[in-house]
Ligand binder design. Structure first.
Ligand SMILES: [Zn+2]
Length: 179
């Protein structure tokens, strides 16, 4: 079974297929990616993130976003001053992030897949691949659901949060809970 870097796509060789019998490809992070993220001695961090060519946010242990790749800025339609230092719920414009307490602190936040996934990666060091996450947006009184697929990886003291897919659903399916 092939193993590739989940971040730059580099081939990491093969692993015995007994380890992951369900898929053809297993993911990890390559030494170069980890180096650039850990050591500030390499390429400037944002240049490295931009070079990945995918939307990636860097989250610190307090759950704040340290910085974002160019593709992340594009998909979110936000510039760095509107991203750096903010909570994920704020940059994704989650309606719950506007409630008292803010992103991660409201009674709705325990069901948030973004929060759960990032927290788990911080606590266990385990990476996650294409996890489904939903959040509720309210724009001018209209309610819509933002549907996401996210992946995470812990590198040193930060977690990489990749946005694999992001789309607005105007009509959430009946019975589908928006956390
Ligand atoms: Zn890599």
């Amino acid at each position: 079974m092939k193993r590739v870097c989940a971040w730059c796509g580099k081939d990491l060789g093969t692993v015995p297929s007994v380890v992951h019998p369900d898929g053809l490809i297993t993911h990890g992070i390559c030494k170069e990616c980890a180096f650039h993220l850990r050591a500030q001695a390499g390429m400037p961090l944002r240049a490295f993130l931009d070079g990945l060519g995918v939307p990636v946010l860097l989250v610190d242990p307090e759950g704040n976003i340290k910085t974002a790749s160019r593709d992340a800025r594009k998909i979110l339609s936000k510039d760095l001053p509107e991203i750096e230092g903010y909570r994920p719920g704020e940059v994704f414009e989650c309606a719950n992030a506007m409630l008292p307490g803010g992103c991660g602190k409201t009674s709705h936040c325990s069901g948030c897949a973004i929060r759960r996934t990032v927290t788990d990666t911080f606590e266990t060091g385990k990476s996650h691949e294409k996890v489904k996450a939903y959040l509720k947006q309210e724009t001018g009184g209209a309610r819509q659901r933002l549907s996401l697929l996210i992946s995470t990886e812990k590198v040193g003291e930060v977690v990489l949060l990749r946005i694999d897919e992001m789309r607005v659903e105007d009509n959430p399916q009946p019975g589908e809970e928006i956390p």
